[in-house]
Design a protein around this ligand. Sequence first.
Ligand SMILES: [Zn+2]
Length: 530
Amino acid sequence: MRKPISLSAMMIAVFLFAGCVRVSELPTKTEPDPGEVTPETVETTEIAETSQIVETTQVVETTEITDALGACEPVTIGEWYPLFDDESFYEWKPSESQTTWSVVDGALVSNGPRSHLFYNGPIVLHDFKNFELKLQFKLEGQSNSGLFFHTKFSDAASPPQGYEVQINSSPKETRKTGSLFGVRGIYVDFVPDGQWADLWLKVTGNRIQVKINDVLLADYVQPDNPPRTRSGRVLSSGTFALQAHDPETKAAYRNIQVKILADDATDDGDTSYIPDPDPEFAKQIDEFGSRNVPLIDYHIHLRGGMTVEKAVIAQAKTGVQSGVLENSGAGWPLSDNEKIRAFIEAAEPFPVFIGMQVNDRDWFTAIDPELIALFDYILGDTMIMVDENGKAQKLWAEDEYSTDDLDAWLERYFQHCMTVANEPITIMANPTWLPPRVADHYDAFWNDDRMTQLIDAAVKNNVAFEIQVGSPFPNDKFIELAKSKGAKFTIGRNNTTADDKHDMLPSFEKMRKHELGADNMLLITPKLRD
Ligand SMILES: [Zn+2]
């Protein structure tokens, strides 16, 4: 089934055996190097540790590996090779349950207890370093699957070595298809159930890129000494494995192909519109990722040249998932139901959260409720207040209103803040904001009693507080009080253009200072819109 070797391929034999040489230099079974864990010593250990019945199976497969070792299949760098012949398991080796995987209609299909299916064939003796891999996958129902790379055969519940690209449709798992498990989270599932989808994975040096259906989900540069809860989750070299996490998982894989890249290949795929993140920023993202703290910027405006496509690139690049939104109401981009519908439809095909920022105080009756229900979230703030005569006042525009009767105005403003906290919003941006004109009164105004009232209303209504990059609101005291009362938090950039403020370090600093973890950060369940 394999592609025949062409004359031109034979002529660059020097490159042909690059992968084979790296593996064949490992110690042989008869002369093991006690300090080295080779693929074969791993096999031997597994035999010793498993039961008699399994042992027999393992011995047979070890013989196959030896055969494969003797017949390292030459490959040409830069050409595609199939890793699965559409018919047999010969080159694949399951861990744990030996009956979970089968070949159905030219695809490797899981249906049974937990098992990982490792590529064990002759292509570079299943020890891949730099490569491109493409395959098609299909999930049915509540499936938890994944593609491991730079891994080694293991009967462990989860292979301890290498990375996993999450392939998942189970609601029990928040990290969806395209996540780099334990490193980068994608929380929006945009792959339709029961349909074949394309996965593309490229590793060059310390860069990992993942595309699903041609959409970039990760463009990750592994920093030096990356923070990890699992020490083996680092780049090295190794094989691929397909995951069947549990019996509910019905995953199918086909058209699995690999393209070997030279060991010293440098990245040529960085075509993003923003540069690689600062290493310090990257490390902090990794640290949050290792603790499964969802990092989601729910405040990305599609203005100033920002597009959904750029928001997708930004999340792949920075590791902070994107929530895109625009302002609604008269005079704003989403000024009527038609514009709202068009906004949702434009963002829907992409793996991003879709939100709406509301400004008018009658938004939830003015906008078609069926449209409101399509949004993943609604973000509101207190910067537009309705006066006694029903006129909307932009509180940042100081000529629009008077605070001559200061006490009366402040009391009315507080009632306005409580009104917003009781609207059906998901996130309150800039909580405890005060207009610059009355900023001197901040500490007296936002006393414990008023803070407590606002927090209690938000907690009761499931409204989270945004910690916005560049905003002094909310302050440390409010965050501590809100955290103690079980409030949820979000982070956000509130960008004005496509290029500003990709650096979210100020929000991260507040998250770390107040020890906001996975339990404190708002993770929205995205809407199923079709
Ligand atoms: Zn905004």
